[in-house]
Each structure stands twice: as C-alpha cells, then as structure tokens.
Design a protein around this ligand. Structure first.
Ligand SMILES: N[C@@H](CCC(=O)N[C@@H](CS)C(=O)NCC(=O)O)C(=O)O
Length: 227
C-alpha cells in the first residue's frame, strides 16, 4: 500500500518550505494542507501539542515535528536521492551546519533586519556577517553545501536564498554582497534556479509585503534605542 503522507504548512513558512523541498527531491507524493496560524486547526493542535507550530509531517497517521527532525525522518524513510553524505564524520558535519543555521545564522540575520538602521548598521550587522563568513568557508571548492548536488545543509539553509533578497529589498540593506561573499552569492543563484527549488518558491512580492508588515509592527512595539 502506498504511504499516506500529509504536510501541514503555510504558504510562506521557510521551515515548511524545507520539508516541501526534501519531499520533492525524494519524489514522495504528499497532500499539502495550508494552516491559518491565527486560527490553528484541531489537527495541528493534536499533532503538535507541545509547540503548536508548523511544519508537521504526518506519515501513516503518525506526526513528526520540527523541520530539521522532519528532514532526518524523510532521509531515513525514503532512501532514494540521499540528502546526507555516506561517511559518519561528514554526516555529523552536515548536521552541525544545519543546526548552526537555525541557532546562530537565523537570529543574527533577523536582528540585522529589524535593528540595522544606518548609524547602527556596523554593530547590528557584525554577528550576521561573522556567521555568514563561516558558511562561505564551507562552500570552498563546492557548488552546493552538499557538494555537486543539493543536500540537507542546502535545504536547511535554503531560507537564506529565499529571504535575503526580500529583506534587502525592504530595508535597502546589503548583507550578501558579491565581493564579501562570492561563494554564498553564487550558491544563492544556483540554489534558487534549481527547478525542484524554484517550483515551490513563494511569490517574492507577497513575501516582501509580509516581512515589511512584520518589521513595521515590531519597530512600532519597540523602537530602536538611540543613545
Ligand atoms: N523550530 C521549528 C520552528 C517552526 C516555526 O517557527 N513555525 C512557525 C511558522 S514559520 C509557526 O508555526 N508559528 C506558530 C506559532 O508560533 O504559534 C521548526 O524548525 O519546525
């Protein structure tokens, strides 16, 4: 019997998008269910009672939550088109960089996006730039973090390719310049134009409106402090 696979997500969630990309790369058929996070469905509350967040992968009625864990589950369940390298040391390294993306890169970029006003720019951007330099190093001699093809780290960091142009447009900032990050810059281009990725990209203009509204409401609630 064919697997029954459902994915609870939203149109814009970059965590949800990871799971979509992994399922597409593996060629797994699934039913996509878009949640309204202002009015969470009984299924979401049932399947993810701890965090009540999307994405949730439901495989034969059993839920798996937390996007990086879902990626691992997909990799272990459907063996075709591997997302992780074979060697345990390389697998460990891939898991490290995927986690680094969520633990360090994501909050630092968000901070730069929300706070980075002209006069504070240097300070607000420093952690993001430092973190991006580590990623730049990882791309030496490689087209993708996964080598010649997209792997788990590319999928886990795919939000960067998606979001950086959106944040730069809203804020008129330049985080990812070609001179400073030539390899990451080229990776964003390559990753974004790969058909399996590009086919599921949320509309750019819709993302710009969404993130502009988020930024304005956060700034209105807590305007940046000027000494
Ligand atoms: N660490 C989680 C983060 C998921 C997450 O933050 N999901 C957001 C949407 S992008 C959500 O469902 N938010 C609903 C809420 O916080 O109530 C993962 O990797 O899956």
């Amino acid at each position: 019997m064919a697997d029954e696979v459902k994915l609870l997500k939203t149109w814009s969630s970059l965590f949800g998008l990871r799971v979509v990309w992994a399922l597409k790369i593996k060629g797994v058929q699934y039913e996509s269910i878009d949640e309204d996070l202002t009015n969470k469905s009984p299924s979401l509350l049932l399947y993810n009672p701890v965090h009540k967040k999307i994405p949730v992968l439901v495989h034969d009625s059993k839920p798996v939550v937390e996007s990086l864990i879902i990626l691992e589950y997909i990799e272990e369940t459907w063996k075709q088109n591997p997302l992780l390298p074979e060697h345990p040391k390389e697998r460990a390294a891939a898991r490290f960089w995927a986690k680094f993306g969520d633990d360090r890169v994501m909050p630092s970029i968000w901070e730069a996006f929300i706070k980075g006003r002209e006069e504070e720019e240097h300070c607000a951007f420093a952690p993001a730039i430092e973190n991006l330099k580590f990623l730049e190093e990882q791309l030496k001699g490689k087209q993708f973090f996964g080598g010649e093809r997209i792997g788990l780290v590319d999928i886990a960091l795919g939000w960067l390719a998606n979001l950086i142009p959106v944040l730069e447009e809203i804020h008129a900032i330049k985080l990812m310049d070609r001179e400073r990050f030539p390899l990451l810059f080229a990776w964003i281009q390559e990753f974004s134009k790969t058909p399996v990725i590009a086919d599921c990209w949320p509309p750019h203009e819709k993302l710009v409106s969404k993130y502009r509204a988020i930024r304005e409401s956060l700034l209105a609630a807590a305007p940046p402090h000027h000494a």
